[in-house]
Design a binder for this molecule. Structure first.
Ligand code: NAD
Ligand code: GLY
Length: 361
């Protein structure tokens, strides 16, 4: 097992990465001392892993299983309310521990429930998708969607630990694995050229779920994420945590327009990263060979490389309502090289228009 630490003063916590961690009693004895534990999961993950986790936690715990409907379209206030209902019906107090057992949807919503229930209770992340192991479970962004925009309601709230068990990925559908690889590639693109080079060599092994390669990819991704979050926990500097949103402003517009869940988050981000790379190339900031390497790696990861058909006007409207927009010119994370990115609104708007109307197929 590998342990990374995320250093945030009194909000510091370990990230455990390895095999069979769901069965590791020692980890849970150390971090799950509460007598009452609510396991928040969904109706896909519960039949696979809820019993194992319950057994690992031990017979002396009062376990409250909270099984949510599956899917991004349920990442909303009604579902959040189901968690509060169950906690209150079971007379949970401030000493309850919440455990998120699921992908990014469960992790984000459970984290926000933990941040807000009785003004804040402890929670642990057990991410069960690649995307949640490399990104959403680390760094404390929690929240839900609103019909007018994605992740519009939420809080920064750090977990007590993250347990990334690679074995859980054995049951993950291939399409979801690829979606997770989009966020893995993102770290290479924004700050880690060596990792990008490594991914070019190991992508085939990753899509084949080779476990040693997956462990390395999760570890290198979490190391990058931890460094970024340590430098800018609350995303207050425009060139640090904000760069993690590479491809996300384009991607959120796609998710919103196509209907949450029809395009997976990682798929939309992959297209967003291609659009950001195209725009960077057109601005003369990124060299054409680097642009082509980016498309090639994204395609090798089994991800789409052609945006859905959305009019320029619709795209712009949706991007303007993204929370990263300030003033009239949309803030975008753009590339100056593979391994270098920055948030900026200083670009020629004609090039954005060209990007939104370009035929990528
Ligand atoms: P998800 O949570 O919807 O999981 C994807 C699918 O896989 C679901 O159907 C889920 O039930 C299923 N699943 C989960 N684990 C499984 C397993 N081990 N075996 C079989 N099936 C399994 O999606 P996701 O890609 O994990 O997360 C996407 C969400 O994460 C989005 O809502 C996005 O906004 C959010 N996100 C948050 C952050 C953050 O910093 N908080 C970062 C990136 C993404
Ligand atoms: N996924 C973006 C962030 O954590 O800041």
């Amino acid at each position: 097992m590998k342990t990374l630490n995320i250093n945030l003063g009194d909000r510091s916590y370990p990230i455990y990465i390895g095999h069979n961690l769901l069965n590791d009693k020692e980890i849970f004895q150390r971090h799950a001392k509460a007598k009452t534990i609510a396991i928040v999961t969904n109706d896909i993950v519960a039949p696979l892993y809820l019993n194992i986790l319950t057994q690992t936690l031990g017979k002396d715990k009062k376990i409250i299983p909270i099984i949510l409907p599956d899917g991004e379209s349920y990442k909303n206030l009604d579902t959040l309310n189901l968690i509060y209902d169950e906690l209150l019906k079971n007379k949970a107090g401030r000493d309850v521990l919440l455990i998120a057992l699921g992908g990014g949807v469960v992790g984000d919503i459970c984290g926000f429930a933990a941040a807000s229930f009785m003004r804040g209770v402890d929670f642990i992340q057990i991410p069960t998708t690649l995307l949640s192991q490399v990104d959403s479970s680390v760094g404390g962004k929690t929240g839900i969607n609103h019909s007018l925009g994605k992740n519009m309601i939420g809080a920064f709230y750090q977990p007590k630990c993250v347990v990334a068990d690679i074995n859980l990925l054995n049951t993950l559908p291939q399409r979801e694995l690829s979606a997770g690889l989009a966020e893995v590639i993102k770290y290479g693109l924004i700050r880690d050229l060596e990792f990008f080079n490594w991914l070019e060599t190991y992508m085939k092994k990753l899509t084949n779920k080779d476990s040693a390669s997956l462990i390395e990819a999760v570890e290198r991704s979490c190391t990058n994420k931890a460094e970024v979050v340590e430098a800018d926990e609350l995303e207050s500097d425009k060139n640090i945590r904000a760069t993690l949103n590479l491809g996300h402003t384009f991607g959120h517009a796609i998710e919103n327009e196509m209907g949450y869940g029809n395009w997976l988050h990682g798929e939309a981000v992959a297209i967003g990263m291609i659009m950001a790379a195209f725009m960077s190339k057109e601005l003369g900031w990124l060299r054409t060979p680097e642009y082509l390497r980016i498309i090639q790696l994204i395609e090798l990861a089994g991800l789409p490389i052609t945006p859905p058909d959305i009019s320029e006007k619709k795209f712009l409207d949706l991007m303007m309502s993204d929370k990263k927009t300030k003033g009239n010119q949309i803030n975008l994370v753009l590339q100056t090289a593979i391994g270098e990115a920055m948030l900026t609104n200083e670009y020629d708007p004609e090039i954005l228009s060209k990007t939104l109307t370009h035929n990528f197929s």
